[in-house]
Design a protein around this ligand. Structure first.
Ligand SMILES: Nc1ncnc2c1ncn2[C@@H]1O[C@H](COP(=O)(O)OP(=O)(O)OP(=O)(O)O)[C@@H](O)[C@H]1O
Length: 397
């Protein structure tokens, strides 16, 4: 079930909204609209569904409209046109048209927000900051404190409960912000560049923690970032915005492999694809391998070959006439101790990061097997393609 359903949403800032919407419908650009009406188009005709338990990252350059859309989800920005449905139990509430008391209910019990600037109260202790917001839910003081302590524990800051925000580092303050958002126990978390003010190491740690917490608590998260590496790491889905519009929405691997416009391709070209790609997307198909004397040639330079029977089952392999030991690898198995000269057979779903590590340890290509049949290989050419970003095809719309 969709937790958030954004349907043809426009967000226009200004005094002449009707006129600006009419101009949008006529195909006027943002710039033309600002020149004619003085209004700024924050979001134009955005439609996406975010399913329960997804982390959807809104990605795009500065000014593309990410925050404008995010803030529409909890009513901080008014929706000028369209429907913005948010799940409340087994019904959907339209944030665009609901009354003030419904909006208040949604904000206090269904949707929480984490900002880039931690938004902590400087005069309140860490634990009181985390508990802030729970009294609006009518919780007793004792319960509020217990809940706040539980969430502080979760982010590893229980020892810091009585300190004040200025006594904490930026990363710790952001953890307090996260603890506060999780304390609200809302089903939906809106996160506006929550980690962008932090240094890379802390940022990466908090990203890992967020993924882990999300898996444990199964929240639905809408996350704004201008960093595709971050989006690829934490997003189950990514929506890319340009000039107020969503121009591509899909799973991370789809975005990396099939960018729809040069704008998306440009983002993709500057990212590290190893976190999202798997062997299947890059492998050389078995049907494309040269066959010499009935053997599939993996590397003609050192005569590494593999034999498959009529059913496609791998039987033996050799390098310069010497038999190579075969080893079936599955995810989670230690790669560190793999010996040079081991020919590894893995699933086509092997993450490229693991595949490269295996290649590094064994010095050999990988064989990819599905349903007991050899379907492809990963050789150095495929690894270089992944690293150099030559794996995608620009599917220009
Ligand atoms: N409250 C507002 N009033 C008027 N214009 C606004 C308001 N909020 C945003 N805008 C304008 O809407 C456009 C989109 O801004 P938005 O903050 O959504 O972009 P963004 O993609 O989140 O950018 P950034 O990464 O820099 O935060 C910008 O031109 C901005 O000036």
């Amino acid at each position: 079930m969709a937790a958030i359903s954004i349907r043809n949403v426009d967000v226009v800032f200004g005094e002449n909204i009707e006129q600006s919407l009419a101009l949008l419908d006529q195909g006027s650009s943002r710039q033309e609209i600002i020149e004619t009406t003085g209004d700024v188009v924050g979001v134009a005709n955005a439609s996406i569904e975010v399913q329960e338990g997804e982390i959807c990252v809104l990605m795009g350059l500065s000014g593309s409209g990410k925050s404008s859309l995010l803030r529409a989800v909890n009513g901080l920005n008014a929706v000028s046109r369209g429907e913005l449905l948010v799940q409340d139990g087994d019904q959907m509430v339209d944030i665009a048209t609901c009354d003030a008391s419904t909006l208040l209910h949604m904000r206090t019990s269904k949707i929480s927000m984490v900002f880039q600037k931690f938004a902590l109260m400087p005069w309140m202790s860490v634990v009181d900051n985390v508990a802030f917001g729970l009294d609006m839910k009518g919780m007793s003081k004792q319960k509020r404190r217990a809940k706040a302590m539980e969430k502080l524990e979760m982010v590893g800051l229980s020892e810091w409960k009585d300190k004040f925000p200025h006594e904490l580092s930026g990363g710790m303050q952001q953890r307090v912000g996260l603890a506060r958002a999780f304390a609200m126990d809302s089903d939906i978390l809106l996160m506006d560049e929550p980690f962008s003010a932090l240094d890379p190491l802390i940022r990466s740690q908090l990203q890992d923690e967020l993924i882990e917490l999300q898996q444990r608590l199964n929240k639905t998260i809408l996350f704004v970032s201008h960093d595709l590496d971050e989006a690829l790491k934490i997003g189950t889905h990514i929506a890319i915005m340009e000039s107020a519009k969503i121009i591509q929405h899909g799973k991370p691997e789809d975005i990396v492999l099939n960018p729809k416009t040069p704008y998306v391709a440009d983002f993709v070209a500057h990212t590290n694809p190893l976190n999202v790609l798997c062997g299947r997307s890059l492998m050389t198909l078995v049907s494309d391998l040269p066959i010499v004397n009935g053997e599939c040639v993996l590397n003609p330079h050192d005569n590494t070959v593999v034999n498959v029977n009529a059913e496609g089952v791998i039987t033996t392999a050799s390098r310069q006439g010497e038999a190579l030991p075969l080893h079936h690898w599955s995810e989670g198995e230690d790669i560190e101790r793999m010996a040079e000269g081991l020919l590894v057979i893995a699933s086509p779903d092997v993450p490229m990061r693991s595949a490269i590590e295996i290649r590094y340890k064994t010095g050999l290509p990988l064989l990819l097997e599905e349903d007991g049949r050899l379907v492809g290989i990963l050789s150095d050419k495929d690894f270089y393609h992944a690293l150099l970003g030559k794996h995608f095809t620009l599917d220009a719309a």
